[in-house]
Structure formats: C-alpha cells, structure tokens
Design a binder for this molecule. Structure first.
Ligand SMILES: C[S@@+](CC[C@H](N)C(=O)[O-])C[C@H]1O[C@@H](n2cnc3c(N)ncnc32)[C@H](O)[C@@H]1O
Length: 459
C-alpha cells in the first residue's frame, strides 16, 4: 500500500511519494554529495545530480521536510559536467572538475561552522588540494556479487543498491599492484566455483575482499571475507594472492555489510603491514584504523602539528589515537604524549611503533575516551594540548565536558565530518575556548568526503 500523500505548508501540490518520477533542476550540492533540487520550496536530495543538471529522478524516501531521489536520466547535463574516467561508485564526484570539488568542500566547511555551529570570526584557511587525484587509496574494500549472466563479480555496490555490484577491473582509486592482487584472488575464486554470498537467502560464500597496501613500502595484505561454515583450499588462496606479504581469511556471520568482526585466520605471512609517514615507519594491524590516503595523511598530520604550536615543554593527549600516528609525530616536539584508543590491537601497534621509532616519551592506553579520560588526567596530569580525531559522529556531550574539565590551553580537532565538528566546536566555545582557525585537507578527491583540522584556544 502506498503512503497517503499530504501537502506540506506552503506547497501547492502534494509531496512526492516513493516510486514517483520527477523532472528536477539541481542547484547545489548537499553535505554527503547529493544534488539539491527544489519543488515549490520542498527539498529533494538527488543522488548523482550535479548543479546545473536537469534530471529525471526516481523518489526513494519521502518525508515531511524533504525527499531522497536518484537521477535515472540526465535530461540536460550541467555545462560544468566533465566525462567520467570510469564507472566507479566510489568516485561519484569525478564528473565535477577538480577545482570545483575543492571550492564546494571549502564552502561546505564554512557553511557547517556558520550555520550549524553559529560560529564566526574564525579564520578559514584555504583547502589543501590532493597530491594525487586518482589511485590515492591504500585500502579498498570490495564486495562480491553475481551479474545478470550468473557470473561472479567483484566491485562496489551500485549507488543506493545493496543487491547490485558494479564490477571493477581497474579500480582507479587503488594502485596497479593492489588491482592486480584483487584480480588474481577473484580469478582463483572463479576457478574454485565459489559463489557470492546472498544476503536474502544466506546462501553462497564470498562476501568481501579487502586489499590494504603500504604505499611507501609496497607491502600488501589481502583479506578474503566469507560467510562462515565452509572450508577452502588455504594453500591455493595463498598462492593466488602472491606476492602479498599477508593473506587473511575472515569468516563473518550476520546480514550486515561489514568486513570487521568474525574470526580471522592468517593463511600466509603476517596480519599486519608497514607504512612510512613523516619519516616514521609504522606497523598497522588488520583491525586498526589508518588514514586511507598516505600522502595526504602526511599533510593532515603536518597541519595538526602546526596548529598544536608545540615548544617542547607540553604534555599532549592524543585522543582516538589509532596506531599512534599523530602522537608519535608530535612526540619529538613535546615533553610527553599520552594516547587513548578503543581498539586494543591498534594500541599494541602504537606501543610497538613507539619502540620501532625510538620514541621514549609516548605512552598508549586502550580505553573508551568517554569513560577513561578522567582516569587519564588522574594518571598523567592535566594536558597542555589535546588532539582529538574522532569517528564521523564526532564527540559526545560527555566527552566535550571531560575535555573542557581537563582544561588544555589548546585543542586540535582533526575531523572527517564538518557537520559534527561544527556543534562540537560550538560546545567548546561555550565552555571557554575560541575557534581560531580551520583548514580543510582534500584526502578524498572525486568523492564528497571532507577532512579538516581546527584549532581552539582557551580564552
Ligand atoms: C578517525 S580514526 C583516527 C585514528 C588516528 N588518530 C589516525 O590518524 O590514524 C578514529 C579512531 O577512534 C577510535 N575510537 C572510536 N571510538 C572510540 C572511543 N569511544 N574511545 C576511544 N577511541 C575510539 C577508532 O577505533 C579509530 O581508531
């Protein structure tokens, strides 16, 4: 049964319903990358629409304040559109000229801080463009599926579709050697007669293929993710993945699309790899977070160091520290560094990374920032500088309160989501800090993702 349509205030026609097709003109881009169109003032977010496009769009969701739709035909392309380099769901902004992508990201950071955070009088420094526009990722997670002819394919979900995989042969976000490793393993899976796991029926074996690469060391770790319950030829998989440094097999239960959790077995080599950043050699284990663009991560961390304004005398907290990268890079410029992170494997990496790089003034602890920050202050003493680099959801109210209680002179906030940075920065301003400057860094060309660094100083 279709939902009953209603006419929101100010709208002359009923709001669109799921399944409706609309002809719309896109006038801007929203956070997250969808095009924004208006119907009598009613907002429709359109996947795959860019400003200036006239599109035919299929409505997916319809709410009182807005609808979500997907462009199914470009009726009149925007004069700004450029030809895509590849059919790649992971690069939805490739049809927008790169300079324009940068302008939009810069404007979205400003918009988030001003409109969501109601912040003003901060300096918004110009976005740092990416060094490489393609083949910049050091980790890709592919999904398996079946094409219309019943053939096993490996690639990415089509936009908005959990049941359709767009096959990739040359993934333009990965290096040539990572692509070659994926192709060898997929070829072996076909030889074995394996089928893709089907989320509807729970049948089939193959779920995902994760290829991670130390871009500066050339080391590769390949991880095949399957449903549990079936055995496979381990030696065959190890041979197919050669010359990878590590070959892993994860068996993950459940219907959710995830590559973590479950049971992971090391089939050959090691479960970690090494990468070089800022002159340091870092060990990264398979469950640990690492920035996916090595060269731009170096720029991002360089900016965090600049904003931290260290003189050599400071006690620095690196919260959400992952494998310790930011803290370890700051350690030579600080008196001491204390890192806190939820994932124990990442903390084990941080501790061995300190040893590997002969850093003697950094200590790392596994714990939830929400629960462990007070204890850290009791153990380590009050910080002079706190660096935070939280996941997309940003900092909870409680963490903001704990940080303000700890009372650092300076806070460096590394954010992968300006829409959560903005309210967090506003809360910190409320707690007695001033937002001095913010600078976006383009870690993810051809995509709408935005990374930025903010400096807050106690007043
Ligand atoms: C964006 S990553 C940053 C990692 C690191 N700073 C880096 O640059 O590689 C966020 C990290 O926060 C960790 N994390 C998520 N929730 C957490 C929590 N409640 N307490 C501590 N760490 C958490 C994640 O495991 C992840 O390593």
């Amino acid at each position: 049964m279709r939902a009953k349509s209603s006419t929101p205030p100010g709208l002359t026609s009923p709001r669109p319903r799921p399944g409706d097709e609309l002809e719309l003109t896109i006038d801007s881009l929203a956070f997250g990358g969808a095009g924004v169109a208006r119907l009598d003032g009613y907002v429709v977010f359109v996947q795959d629409g860019v400003p200036g496009d006239r599109v035919r769009a299929l409505v997916g969701k319809s709410k009182r304040a807005y609808a979500e739709a997907r462009a199914i035909e470009i009726v009149q392309p925007s004069p700004e559109r450029i030809a895509p380099a590849a059919d790649h769901p992971g690069a939805p902004w490739q049809v927008i000229p790169y300079e324009r992508q940068l302008e939009v990201k810069q404007a979205q950071v400003q918009d988030a801080l001003e409109r969501i955070g109601r912040l003003e009088e901060f300096a918004l420094e110009p976005i740092i463009p990416a060094v490489e526009r393609w083949r910049y990722r050091n980790k890709l997670e592919y999904s398996f599926g079946t094409d219309r002819g019943g053939r096993l394919v490996c690639g990415f979900h089509a936009p908005g579709r959990w049941d359709e995989i767009v096959e990739v042969s040359d993934c333009l976000l990965a290096s040539e050697s990572a692509n070659a490793a994926r192709e060898r393993v997929v070829g072996w899976c076909r030889e074995q007669g394996f089928s893709a796991w089907d989320r509807r029926t729970g049948e089939g074996l193959l779920r995902n293929l994760v290829v991670r690469e130390g871009r500066r060391t050339g080391q590769l770790v390949v991880r095949l993710v399957t449903a549990p319950g079936t055995d496979l030829d381990r030696d065959g998989l190890a041979r197919a993945a050669q010359p990878a440094n590590g070959v892993l097999w994860s068996r993950v239960p459940g219907v959710a699309e995830r590559t973590g959790g479950g049971e992971t077995e090391v089939i050959a080599g090691a479960d970690d790899l090494e990468e070089e950043i800022g002159g340091m050699r870092l060990r990264i284990s398979s469950e640990a977070f690492f920035q996916t663009n090595t060269k731009m991560a170096e720029r991002l961390y360089g900016l965090a160091i600049e904003y931290a304004g260290l003189s050599g005398l400071e006690r620095v907290y690196d919260l959400y520290c992952g494998i310790g990268t930011i803290g370890l890079l700051m350690a030579p410029r600080a008196a001491e560094v204390w890192g806190l992170e939820l994932v124990p494997d990442a903390i084990a990496d941080a501790i061995s990374n300190a040893r590997l790089n002969e850093v003697t003034n950094a200590r790392f602890f596994a714990g939830d920032v929400r629960l462990a920050l007070r204890e850290l202050v009791a153990t380590a003493g009050r910080p002079d500088v706190i660096v935070v680099d939280p996941p997309r959801a940003g900092l909870s109210n409680k963490v903001v309160r704990r940080i303000a209680e700890a009372g650092p002179r300076r806070i460096v906030y590394v954010s992968c989501n300006p829409t959560t940075l903005a309210p967090n920065a506003a809360q910190l301003v409320e707690a007695g800090y001033e937002l001095r400057r913010v600078r976006p860094v383009d870690m993810f060309p051809q995509t709408p993702h935005i990374e930025c660094v903010a400096e807050l100083v106690r007043v």
